[in-house]
Design a binder for this molecule. Structure first.
Ligand SMILES: [Zn+2]
Length: 113
């Protein structure tokens, strides 16, 4: 049995104030949660963009080093042939793999140097 400390209208005012306080706190928590989610989404977008432009494949021709990233692979803006000898480049996922398959860069004509 709860003893009545306030008059009825006082209790009603207190209840209304508590309800207002609770709903404000809930709204604040929801806004904070949404802000955190937005932040995470933007972070993931940046991370994806960074991975897209980071070179992940390597090609070697003699001393000439070439690489390409998922983005350059998608739009085709990477070196397809060696700038010195014109040989078609083979890209590998690791530098060691490219090194073992590396051939000498032989310039077909000295005039192209
Ligand atoms: Zn070459």
């Amino acid at each position: 049995m709860q003893t009545q400390l306030h008059l009825t209208f006082e209790q009603a005012l207190l209840d209304a104030a508590r309800v207002a306080r609770d709903s404000l706190a809930r709204a604040k928590a929801e806004a904070k949660r949404q802000a955190e989610l937005d932040k995470l989404g933007r972070r993931l977008q940046r991370e994806t963009a960074r991975r897209e432009r980071t070179p992940d494949q390597v090609a070697l021709c003699g001393l000439y080093y070439y690489n390409r990233s998922p983005r350059t692979r998608a739009n085709g803006s990477f070196w397809h042939n060696c700038v010195r000898c014109g040989k078609a480049l083979q890209y590998y996922d690791t530098y060691e793999e490219a090194k073992t398959n590396n051939r000498e860069c032989q310039n077909p004509s000295p005039a192209r140097l």
